[in-house]
Design a protein around this ligand. Sequence first.
Ligand SMILES: C[S@@+](CC[C@H](N)C(=O)[O-])C[C@H]1O[C@@H](n2cnc3c(N)ncnc32)[C@H](O)[C@@H]1O
Length: 366
Amino acid sequence: MAVDAADRLLLRELSDAISSDPSLTETTLTVIGDTHGALTLGALAECGFTNVKVHQDALSGERALLNNAAELAAAIPTGATFEHFALSEELVQGARVVVLRLPRALEQLDQWAALIAAYASSDVLVLAGGRIKHMTLSMNEVLARYFDTVEASLAEQKSRVLRVRGPKEEIARKALGNWPRSEHHADIDLTVCAQGGAFAGTSIDIGTYDLLAVLDRVSGQQGMRIIDFGCGTGVLAAQIAKLRPSATVIASDQSAAAVESAKATIETNALSDRVSVVRDDGLSAQPDASADLILFNPPFHSGAAVHAGTSLRLFAEAGRVLKPGGELWVVANRHLSYKPALRNLVGETREVRRTPKFTVTRSIKA
Ligand SMILES: C[S@@+](CC[C@H](N)C(=O)[O-])C[C@H]1O[C@@H](n2cnc3c(N)ncnc32)[C@H](O)[C@@H]1O
């Protein structure tokens, strides 16, 4: 859903803040975690802001915002603009109002909150909202690490906004120095680096372990081109690069946090000469029939929603990008039974490994 009750409540809270202090609209608004652009475009079209700095973790979210902005151009006052920023000091520098959509991962919220508290104005108002079913008291605790007051709005249409004030700048700057976090995994001799929003953090997902367990069985011709699709922190890319020293490896993910994490993992493990990391939605940057091998631990969430359709679109992408005879290795929860879809979208599919929770399949591009 491109806009929901939590977005509407956030925009209403923003309007209330402006009623109390109309000068806020002369400042640059920061928006973090906008899913499809409702917050950014709402602030420009309805709240009187003329400048918005926005950070969206997912590249598909950035594209949705750009498309929605083009569609709604008539509703946006002339001269009112937004610009995308990485999760950086520049995004929040001197901000007096920040609107954010609460992320699923507490670690991601921790990093966002520390960034705001470290660099926004000392009188900043942070409006952090979400659907109540996705909110926990731990979110208040995380925000309270970096701010003096965290006050909850009344619930409305199953949504709520946390009004947050009083940044603890010193604590926040110190905490920011801990990102990306890293952890050495002696069993696979790999140091995994992770930003707050990266899947599995510095740990290694049990599904990923199942794919790692059969990695020595993937095809292995000289000079092959390998893609770690939806690379997260880059564990699969790093391990296959070690196993196939003559290969070129591309680690690809649409999440900004994943890409930053994978870059750090690859650099820390001295693999930068063989692995490149790219931010891409699907494999849109990869030519048809260009890869010999794709490793894939697919997403089963789209934002907070569980959505099998996401993976099917991505399997079709993998099928397009594989060379004839190329291999797609997928690890997935057993109950998802992707085999028929993989057969259709890629080619002949066999189960290579089965554990109580996961199966690993190999599909060969026809
Ligand atoms: C289950 S995680 C696996 C991460 C990593 N490969 C691992 O095994 O730890 C799935 C990954 O797919 C990424 N992803 C989701 N949708 C995507 C899309 N449309 N294009 C590219 N990557 C996507 C997510 O950001 C996430 O990092």
